[in-house]
Design a protein around this ligand. Structure first.
Ligand code: SF4
Length: 295
């Protein structure tokens, strides 16, 4: 299974004509879902109005209800209070999405509504690096504050897009969505690296070392590794890391487990191997090739 595989794929009006791999589940527009004879791993997406009409006749363990925040009025929200079979998929047209969505989450909190909420945003497919910036700003800040349970990022094309262009956009949006979830600690799907910007106290090539450590450890899903230039400020800056690789002098590295120094004055030539050994001692090491078989 791909570590960055989504849990659900939204196919709307175009159901996937084959069995989806690795337990991936499909969300269909309500009319398509109703028309589909085989409903295993398929879930309906309704508007608030459709859900109001069909509420008691939806034979699905989960129903997704999608709408602009203004379509979820107070009487509707009170109706879903305590319902464990609905998930809200919430969007906004406001260019300043984050504050408006935050206000919506405050409303949910005030009304004591705890249903899961997916934050939906649509961006132009060709935004390049701005996509990372905008989506992280719109969604990341909410997740960090504990608002929202997932995200649905949708690419929008200015004209006709080829199949390849759609696939490329889907892959880029998927990767950014997982990056936001990881940075907000909502869902860990890859190794986390915490690195200092380096300064005059750094006595090794921080970028090169970080790249080398990443090369050896990037398959360790959920493990947090701090790579810090010096022992003076490094340990404080990597406070929530599981392991630390910290410079303590010329060709001298200290290795940490959490905030505890485990090995001192390790030479740079041996430090990565020693770091791997430390992770192995904790039972958190997985051989890269073994991982291919296990997941
Ligand atoms: S951790 Fe040390 S080397 Fe890195 S930026 Fe801070 S003071 Fe400089």
């Amino acid at each position: 299974m791909n570590d960055q595989g989504a849990d659900f794929i939204y196919t709307g009006q175009q159901p996937v004509p084959f069995m989806l791999p690795n337990g991936l589940k499909e969300i269909l527009d309500y009319d398509q879902w109703l028309a589909h004879s085989e409903k295993q791993n398929k879930f309906p997406l309704l508007t608030p109005g459709q859900w109001n009409e069909a509420e008691n006749n939806i034979q699905s363990p989960i129903s997704f209800i999608k709408g602009n925040i203004h379509s979820f009025n107070q009487s509707f929200l009170e109706k879903i209070r305590g319902n464990q079979q609905v998930v809200l998929v919430v969007s906004t047209d406001n260019a300043h999405a984050m504050p408006e969505l935050r206000r919506f989450f405050y409303t949910l909190t005030e009304l004591k509504i705890k249903v899961p909420v997916i934050i939906q945003r649509t961006y132009q497919a060709d935004m390049g690096d701005r996509l990372t910036l905008y989506s992280a700003t719109d969604i990341g800040g909410l997740l960090v504050d504990g608002f929202g349970d997932g995200t649905l990022l949708s690419p929008e094309f200015s004209g006709e897009a080829t199949h390849t262009e759609r696939l490329k956009a889907a892959s880029a949006f998927n990767s950014i969505a997982f990056g936001i979830l990881q940075a907000a600690r909502t869902r860990m799907s890859k190794t986390e690296y915490i690195s200092c910007p380096s300064c005059g106290r750094t006595l090794f090539d921080l970028q090169e070392t970080t790249a080398m450590i990443r090369k050896h450890t990037e398959h360790l899903k959920g493990v947090k590794i701090g790579i810090m230039g010096c022992i003076v400020n490094g340990p404080g800056e990597m406070a929530d890391a599981d392991y630390g690789y910290v410079g303590m002098g010329k060709d001298k590295i200290a290795l940490y487990r959490g905030q505890e120094v485990i090995k001192r004055s390790v030479t740079a030539a041996k430090a990565v191997d020693e770091l791997i050994e430390l992770i192995r001692e904790d039972g958190r090491w997985i051989e890269p090739e073994e991982r291919e078989v296990l997941v």
